[in-house]
Design a protein around this ligand. Structure first.
Ligand SMILES: [Zn+2]
Length: 555
């Protein structure tokens, strides 16, 4: 079988066949049909999207003997059309590659050459300058002179991937050219065209295989057809997804499906064996990492409720696992990927970086969960502490309550480093009354005198890390208490796990009020709170509901 390159065989011969560039096709065909062809065109756009092809079709159309009856389209069959299309030597169409040295010489020579008219009165002389951004400033200056007084029937077509460079080097030229911007061709459009090509070639091709070729071509039809060519040659006439992956040196879908599983289930132990299999399969690691980027993009799209453009097996794998990821997870994974990508490309340690990257992905969620857990613990313990205190209140002044703060506080203190709300928020007056004996004991164990003084003081108010102790009017112990306030605070911390600063106020009634309710009455708000807590303590159902719904009870 004599193999003709598909990209060449299926190169369009008519404006109507220019895939994905309808605005360009309509513009150029209309100009030809209505004899309004400009002297110079600038065709811009990424590589492989049809710029040079469009220029050739324009040259064909202008010189086709049968163009009149085709509404601006070339016939594609006449001798002129055939010669131009196949790039054979032609008096009237000159193709210049500005990227080559010869191209620069040609461009210098252009002015002189442009003086020669077309070979026949009804023909056009067309100069097609590829990679036009490579022309030198002198070349542009020469061209500008021509364009200021263009010879009749001479048309310049400049094609470039980098119009900005032309704007920088030869801004005045831009005002004398008609510009058409070519677009990257969408992968569904490329895929459709590939379908037509395999259809007319009688080639069997899997749908997913064509879709992957279309995506890999990155918007260029020429690259897509070249890829298809390679795969057809490789697979001896059949095009499967596996063959496309292998031809492109890409990891097969099965590897990506496995990767999703490993990351979703945080199977850290499987990371190294997995990367070993990727390497053994001869997969290019740079390409693999690029592929994982597309995978994450797809995952994000699924999480946003979209349908990603990927093979059906990958798509369903993503849909199946998506609930294991939050979009925040995926964004963090993408950030790690982008950090790793640059390093991986040219590193002899590429494999290590890929392993580390995937390992980070599997661990990432745990670090986040841990942080989340710590924060939640802070909140939950706060609630529980309040509740437990009341429970004990109703069950009598339980001595067991002493253990509780110790079990809670170390976690908060060691993990929060002051960032999380710690338990002084949950220290209540009632709880303090319950453990006050214990506080006295603690104080007494280091100073009997201070204990004696503290007996004359009563907790009045607690909140925001501050405890107000009421001392009897003119109490002789006040000074001693103030001096010992640090020791008292330490004792309270040892008993309750809460850090408080101690403030003393003078009480009129001599500080004899000792019942919790009486003391609490001094602050109406505290009073209300205490009563609500008492309700909750009495009513287990109410308490459970408040806990479950995270309610702040209102009176
Ligand atoms: Zn023709």
């Amino acid at each position: 079988m004599i193999h003709t390159a598909l990209a060449r065989k299926y190169r369009p011969t008519r404006f109507a066949d220019l895939v994905g560039q309808p605005h360009v096709a309509a513009g150029l065909r209309g100009a030809v049909a209505h004899n309004r062809v400009a002297h110079a065109y600038l065709l811009t756009g990424p590589r492989g999207v049809g710029k040079t092809t469009a220029a050739r079709i324009l040259a064909m159309a202008l010189n086709c003997s049968r163009r009149a009856d085709r509404e601006g389209e070339p016939c594609g069959d006449c001798e002129s059309c055939s010669r131009i299309w196949s790039g054979l030597a032609n008096l009237d169409v000159v193709e210049i590659d500005a990227a080559s040295n010869r191209g620069v010489d040609d461009a210098r020579d252009l002015r002189e050459r442009a003086m020669y008219a077309a070979s026949a009165p009804d023909r056009f002389k067309v100069y097609i300058v590829d990679e036009a951004h490579m022309l030198t400033r002198e070349a542009w200056n020469a061209l500008l002179k021509i364009l200021e007084e263009p010879p009749p029937s001479v048309v310049f077509v400049f094609a470039t991937t980098e119009p900005q460079k032309i704007a920088n080097a030869a801004a005045p030229v831009l005002s004398r050219v008609q510009r058409f911007d070519f677009r990257r061709i969408s992968s569904p459009v490329i895929k459709e065209r590939l379908g037509e090509v395999v259809g007319s070639e009688g080639i069997d091709a899997e749908d997913d295989a064509l879709a992957l070729i279309a995506r890999s071509a990155d918007g260029g039809m020429r690259d897509a057809l070249s890829l298809l060519d390679q795969v057809v040659a490789f697979g001896q006439g059949v095009v499967t997804l596996d063959q496309v992956n292998e031809t492109l040196g890409l990891a097969g879908d099965d590897l990506y499906v496995e990767l999703i599983g490993i990351v979703a289930e945080r199977r850290t132990a499987d990371v190294f064996p997995f990367v070993a299999r990727v390497v053994d399969a001869g997969v290019d690691l740079g390409g693999f990492v690029h592929g994982t980027g597309l995978l994450l993009r797809g995952l994000l799209e699924v999480l946003m409720g979209g349908v990603p453009d990927m093979s059906s097996s990958l798509r369903s794998a993503l849909q199946e696992r998506s609930q294991k990821f939050s979009s925040g997870d995926v964004l963090r994974m993408i950030r790690l990927l982008s950090e790793a990508e640059g390093v991986i490309k040219n590193s002899p340690n590429a494999r290590l970086y890929v392993e580390t990257l995937i390992l980070q992905w599997t661990l990432l969620d745990k670090t986040v969960e841990l942080q989340d857990l710590i924060e939640r613990l802070g909140a939950v313990e706060g609630r529980r502490e309040r509740r437990t205190g009341e429970g004990e209140g109703s069950a009598g002044r339980g001595t067991a309550s002493v253990d509780r703060p110790h079990s809670v506080t170390p976690l908060n203190r060691s993990t929060s480093s002051g960032r999380l709300p710690i338990s002084e928020q949950s220290l209540t007056l009632q709880h303090l009354f319950e453990v006050w004996e214990k506080v006295l004991q603690e104080v007494g164990s280091s100073s009997r005198m201070l204990r004696e003084a503290l007996v004359h003081a009563k907790p009045q108010q607690v909140g925001e890390g501050e405890l107000v102790l009421g001392v009897g009017d003119g109490d002789v112990h006040l000074e001693g208490l103030q001096r010992g306030s640090t020791h008292i605070a330490e004792a309270i911390f040892r008993v309750t796990g809460s850090e408080v600063k101690i403030k003393f106020v003078i009480q009129d009634d001599g500080g004899t009020a000792s019942a919790p309710v009486e003391a609490a009455r001094l602050d109406e708000k505290t009073d209300k709170e205490e009563r609500l807590k008492a309700y909750r303590a009495k009513d287990k159902a109410l308490d459970a509901a408040a806990e479950a719904l995270d309610l702040e009870l209102m009176e």
